[in-house]
Ligand binder design. Structure first.
Ligand SMILES: [Ca+2]
Ligand SMILES: [Ca+2]
Length: 504
């Protein structure tokens, strides 16, 4: 009851404080693997109608952006090899279902982006089939130049059966031929595809798959290609949001920002080895470790919109590898740290209930654990099937669950736009305590965090402040002395403070 009262208090405080809502787009993004999310027709495979039936949940949580992994027709269960860029895979539904999903999402204030896979197609794409048929028959075809064919064997090149030709392929041992992104006709196709999804279908942008492989190991060419794609999307739909998968270190990611693509996923923050989870390891110095890494990021990418995340469909689920995964306070706090970062935060479906999974890819894409009765079938090839935390159904009823903690975080991010969009200032850091200020136009807030799970912390502020939101992993609450200057934080506590004179 006490926790419920505390949550209620948080929401009351949020309601009492009405910041000006700068409309810079969605700040809380949710990555969904449609196949594993919600089935609607009893075939056991998640689909678009199933996802539509969960939109109320998604909106209630405070997610205002949805990234769908590929939805276009494909021979694989994950659908990262596209056969037709203008349709929906029949396992998921129809274009009509997609239009309905987009409009139902928009009605709830949720933006939608879809995975756009343009480094390669499926070998079953008509472009590739036509090109290979022409090569076999010794005929000409404009589609031959859509791919990277050559007449000598080399690593990452696969033989076209019955010919002495080879095609570039880097992802699956044959099924995903690389497109030739130096071909102007391919760019015409890309423009038509982008126009179809942005204008005819009404999506709000794209997640760009495998951008470092557009031209393998050639950052300059990739930055140019991305910049061209960004210009096309901006011309077709002003303000569309593009986020790229540049799976690389910080300095390389920083170079990719020169393309003008809005965001690149912040891989250095993600996974067990990433700086969020690794800051929590060791006996002490957790706050200092995090602050140093975060400062490096902000210095490397001073202007771009960050896209921090903990896990995605290609990585082990980070909550499963955070120190002592049955330790709910630390699982919560890791989410708390992530959600106090600037930019657009991406949450992989199931992370909000602490789903785990690692090793073979299908293990990272398990059925959403709604309840023991309500789940899709598992994707093919699962070799490890485990759910470490209670189901969504159980966590929804428990005010102290990870699920409800995440919900509070997302609502705080929406209520205080300066958390996501403000300029960051480090005000104070020691071994375990971190105080940051976020400034957006003429508004600001302070974010106080205690990275210790063992001891309470006490911060002395420079000017008097008021607690605007108290996000706690346990039952203890933060306290501000009467002078408004001395703040006590419980273990793993996070507090948003408003500073009197700067905010009316
Ligand atoms: Ca289905
Ligand atoms: Ca390529």
């Amino acid at each position: 009851m006490k926790k419920l009262a505390c949550l209620l208090l948080v929401f009351l405080l949020l309601i009492a404080y009405v910041p000006s809502m700068a409309d810079n787009g969605a700040v809380n993004w949710y990555e969904v693997f449609v196949r594993s999310y919600q089935d609607s027709d009893g075939d056991g495979i998640g689909d678009l109608q199933g996802l539509i039936s969960r939109l109320d949940y998604i909106a209630d949580m405070g997610w205002d952006g949805l990234w769908l992994m590929p939805v276009m027709p494909s021979p694989s269960y994950h659908k990262y090899d596209v056969i037709d860029y203008y349709d929906i895979d029949s396992e998921y539904g129809t274009l009509e279902d997609m239009r309905m999903l987009i409009s139902e999402a928009h009605e709830r204030g949720i933006e939608i982006i879809i995975d756009m896979v343009i480094n390669h197609t499926s070998t079953q794409h008509p472009w590739f089939r036509t090109a290979c048929a022409a090569l076999r028959e010794g005929k000409e075809s404009p589609y031959i130049a859509y791919y990277n064919f050559q007449q000598h064997a080399e690593s990452a090149f696969i033989n076209v059966q019955g010919t002495d030709w080879y095609y570039e392929e880097r992802f699956s041992g044959g099924a995903m031929p690389d497109l030739n992104l130096e071909n102007e006709q391919v760019w015409e196709e890309l423009r038509k595809i982008a126009a179809f999804w942005l204008n005819d279908m009404g999506v709000d942008g794209f997640r760009l798959d495998a951008v470092t492989s557009y031209h393998t190991n050639n950052t300059d060419k990739n930055v140019k290609a991305l910049s061209r794609f960004k210009a096309i999307c901006e011309e077709l739909k002003e303000g569309s949001y593009l986020v790229g998968e540049c799976w690389a270190g910080l300095s390389v990611i920083a170079e990719y920002y020169q393309s003008g693509i809005d965001s690149f996923f912040l891989f250095p923050a993600s996974q067990a080895e990433g700086f969020i989870a690794s800051s929590m390891r060791g006996r002490s110095g957790h706050a200092e470790k995090f602050a140093k890494s975060y400062q490096n990021v902000l210095e490397a990418i001073p202007e771009g919109i960050l896209a921090p995340f903990l896990s995605n469909h290609d990585t082990g689920r980070t909550i499963g590898s955070v120190q002592g995964r049955s330790n709910i306070p630390i699982a919560k706090f890791v989410e708390g740290v992530l959600n106090m970062m600037t930019g657009r935060v991406f949450t992989y479906y199931g992370e909000e209930i602490g789903m785990v999974g690692s090793g073979d890819d299908p293990n990272k894409r398990l059925a959403m654990y709604w309840s023991d009765k309500d789940m899709t079938t598992q994707p093919p090839g699962v070799t490890q099937l485990e759910y470490a935390y209670p189901s969504w159904e159980k966590q929804a009823e428990d005010p102290s669950s990870l699920l409800n903690y995440c919900k509070t975080l997302y609502h705080v991010r929406k209520a205080f736009p300066m958390i996501a969009d403000g300029k960051n200032e480090f005000v104070y850091v020691d071994s375990e305590l971190l105080l940051m200020r976020r400034i957006l136009e003429n508004e600001s807030c302070l974010i106080a965090m205690n990275f210790s799970g063992k001891s309470a912390g006490s911060l002395v502020l420079n000017k008097s402040a008021a607690i605007a939101a108290d996000i706690e992993t346990g039952t203890e609450q933060a306290e501000l002395a009467e002078d408004g200057l001395t703040l006590s934080l419980p273990p793993y506590g996070i507090v948003i403070l408003t500073e009197g004179e700067e905010i009316k």
